[in-house]
Design a protein around this ligand. Structure first.
Ligand code: C5P
Length: 221
């Protein structure tokens, strides 16, 4: 479905690791033809470059240069999901300068007409003026099982317990950090993904999106 050109739609989707926000965002992006940014990829990208160039001591000039020329297509996606990149991404996401530099990229992206951005602080910090804010939730056990299935495809040795621990720690770090902590934005709609499959998730999300569009534009799509 292509939204009318007169319609402007900006959706912020936040939630913890494995909460279903990426899957949900992809589903609605596809259905409504929205441009999608998974902002976690930006943190992963910076972490990956830092690891690769061994520039772990964060030098301001290097970070500035790196975040000015972000090209998410120049790194294979699976490389951004390795364990060491995932861990470092979570650590550098606490640094004010990193967040500020990545903010520019996200704000620029939000200027597109039909957009969804998913992450941790999208509705609270990046685009608090978004038309629709979603907050994805899911119990740790379910999240861990979901991620475990995915990780097993590339990492046969990983255990469910390891995945669970890693998700728990990342969520804790994101929630407790001083800058841009993970929390629901004001007015966010909570999306519980614990008992839904993809098809049900799409139905649930479509209803939320279309209700919002009706509220904003006062007519059916
Ligand atoms: O969403 P994803 O797991 O790819 O994000 C990787 C890491 O980036 C997270 O663990 C989180 O610490 C950080 N992140 C963030 N703010 C965002 C998106 C991701 O702090 N908006």
């Amino acid at each position: 479905m292509r939204l009318n050109k007169k319609i402007k739609l900006l959706i912020a989707a936040d939630g913890g690791a494995g909460s279903g926000k990426t899957t949900g965002s992809k589903l609605i992006a596809k259905k409504y033809n929205l441009k999608l940014l998974s902002s976690g990829l930006l943190y992963r990208y910076v972490a990956y470059k830092l690891l690769r160039t061994k520039k772990i001591k964060l030098k301001n000039y290097y970070l500035k240069r790196l975040t000015k020329n972000i090209n998410l297509n120049d790194v294979k996606k699976e490389k951004l999901y390795s364990i060491d990149v995932t861990e470092l991404a979570s650590k550098i996401a606490k640094i004010k300068m990193v967040r500020n530099l990545l903010k520019n990229y996200q704000k620029k992206f939000a200027k597109n007409r039909h957009v969804i951005i998913e992450g941790r602080d999208i509705g609270t910090v990046i685009v608090p003026h978004a038309d629709l804010k979603l907050f994805f939730v899911c119990p740790l056990n379910v999240k861990a099982k979901r991620r475990f299935k995915e990780y097993r495809k590339t990492n046969k040795g990983i255990t469910l317990n390891e995945v669970k621990k890693s998700i728990k720690l990342r969520d804790l770090v994101d929630k407790k950090r001083k800058i841009s902590p993970l929390r629901p934005a004001k007015g966010a709609v909570t999306v519980d993904t614990s008992k839904v499959n993809k098809k049900q998730m799409l139905i649930k999300l479509s209803k939320i999106v279309e209700d919002k569009l009706k509220e904003k534009y006062g007519r059916n799509l």
